[in-house]
Design a protein around this ligand. Sequence first.
Ligand SMILES: [Zn+2]
Ligand SMILES: [Zn+2]
Length: 431
Amino acid sequence: MEFTPTVSQEQLVKIRRDLHRHAESGLSEFWTTSYLAEHLAALGCEVHLGEEVMDRSVMMGVPDPETQEARLKAALAQGADPKWLDKMNGLTGVMVDIRPDLPMHSVLRFDIDCVDVCESQDADHKPTAEGFASINANECHACAHDGHATIGLGVAMELMRRRDKLKHNVRLIFEPAEEGSRGARPMVSAGLVKGAKYFLAAHIGVNSTQDHALVCGTQGFLATTKFDVELFGLASHSGSDPHKGHNSLLAAATMLLNLHAIPRHGQGASRITVGMMSGGSGRNVIPDYAKLVCETRGATTEINQYMFDKAKLIIEHAAAMYEQKVKVTIMGSAGNAVSDKKMIDVVKQAAQDVPYFHKDLITEMGQGFGTDDACTFITAIQEQGGFGTYAQIGSKLPAGHHNQRFDFNEDLLQPSVELFCRSTFIMDNMD
Ligand SMILES: [Zn+2]
Ligand SMILES: [Zn+2]
């Protein structure tokens, strides 16, 4: 297939840096969604937003209303178009169909949210040195989703120019809140992959940390459950009446230690992390409130369920020890999925014609690390008889994912756009 890129590497780098500077946390990607909507509309795409793309009734882990309001205001102050913000109606994420007049066929997924970490101010951190570090405190594109969204926009530009050559519809999904596994479920529930046969998503880096490398499929994702635990005790005077209080922080600390002591599962990897603990109100007050922010993971959905069930048992009993009322809220979840050989072959074949990817560095199946919400899409597609894959685009990384010094090699942007476009046309010619 002839493919002469029409979107320049310079254009893509500019988009990537715009997105990087305006990093936004999951479900608060107001500026980012508005930016993508503006660019997609300019290409002539009908832009789908808000309740068209997100089923509000199944959403989990939505930031509290004050946080959302503050982030919305920040997005407006940073130049987000009120026209798009109105259409979003508080929901982030975008979807476009390249050929809405043709039958639904393939879906490309690009995630757009950032990580809750403060970007490094070190002079040798490239985004800081070159002036495109995040302007939002504790919001940083430390997982390359700025790169993914850029590739998605590039793919939209290239496909819109070639739309007459397509025999089927191609749907581009810009997913909010991949972090915390919160974006895919509401999108699947809104029907975004209904009728689709083929699914392709890719992540920069992961276990592919060599420039010019490409892993065409992934296995070994971890299923996960994200949950918050809130403890409600009883405050009392720490000098005169400590015996009258019900200490929520002690209960939380007991939980924390025992959650991390859950026996490992014999049939595969398991994880538990209490990532945050907070509570109490003053030095001389027996703490009457505490909160733990936690997650479990497992090599299979069953192993993750084992971890979560054990966690619930510990939470319940540690709460009883300290006479606490306890509330567990599920904030996000994802299963695991294995890429299909049929789709791995599509990506592999497409990569043969993208010179950037070195032939000896193209591999079929790699290991995932952690979790990706793409699994929720892949599972939905597989359940309706379709096929999906999750590729890993190689890049040397100055620091690991979710680290404040994370960055990736921008040279991969244009070749990745080409990879997605070539894959799309291969899928388009499959039944
Ligand atoms: Zn991540
Ligand atoms: Zn990621």
